[in-house]
Design a protein around this ligand. Sequence first.
Ligand SMILES: C[S@@+](CC[C@H](N)C(=O)[O-])C[C@H]1O[C@@H](n2cnc3c(N)ncnc32)[C@H](O)[C@@H]1O
Length: 239
Amino acid sequence: MSKIDNIYKNGDFNHLPFSFNEEVTQVFEDMIERSVPGYISSLKITEEITTKLFQKDSNFYDLGCSLGAVTHQVSDIVRTKNGNILAVDNSEAMIDSCKSRIKDSHISFILDDITKIEIENASVVSLNFVIQFLEPSVRLNFLKGIFKGLKKGGALLLSEKFSFDSNKEEETVSRIHHSFKLANGYSELEVSRKRDALEGVLISQSQAENEGLLYESGFSEIRKVMKNLNFVTFMAIKL
Ligand SMILES: C[S@@+](CC[C@H](N)C(=O)[O-])C[C@H]1O[C@@H](n2cnc3c(N)ncnc32)[C@H](O)[C@@H]1O
């Protein structure tokens, strides 16, 4: 059970940029549920799509797995089809926590940089709010590697925070997202401290830029399957 996220509440926060360290790992479940509208739905949609598209004897990749919420959601489906889950994160605290909580022979938790691993024999790949933390310049090559490692008929599920081209729209939607976080119990001060910590760490791109990256990587069938405020989920199929 995750602890309540009080990291930015009191004087005990550090002024460093945001990172997925031990402190964040301990409260991560609470943090993401209170900060990302539609997070739980993104897990359920991943489950639905995995039920339809996961192929027998193939691999499911949960890239940037954090505490393994996606892995947990699809575990039974993958096991039934004799598949394996490779859940990868470069945060030692996150991977250690996954390893101590989820033990199943068809799941491997791997401490590594997702841009350095080879994707192979995959029928579903999940990137649930992850590439926003990668340098924009490496995103295209990384997605090309995923496309290459997917089997025909396989899918990449890409969920991202996105930015708007129009400042007016950005302001309006950001204001609603701000209220969403306040309604979930964060104070103005916490929201503003976290925003400062994420500056330069979370780099969002527009919906069109994300779609463009998917097309350029080789995907030709791309569907927007969910959108909540400034968060979007695409399903990209390898035909
Ligand atoms: C917002 S969290 C992802 C949430 C998770 N997918 C879920 O659905 O609960 C982003 C994760 O990506 C990981 N991450 C960021 N850059 C990474 C990289 N280059 N290689 C591996 N993991 C990375 C972070 O450590 C963090 O755990």
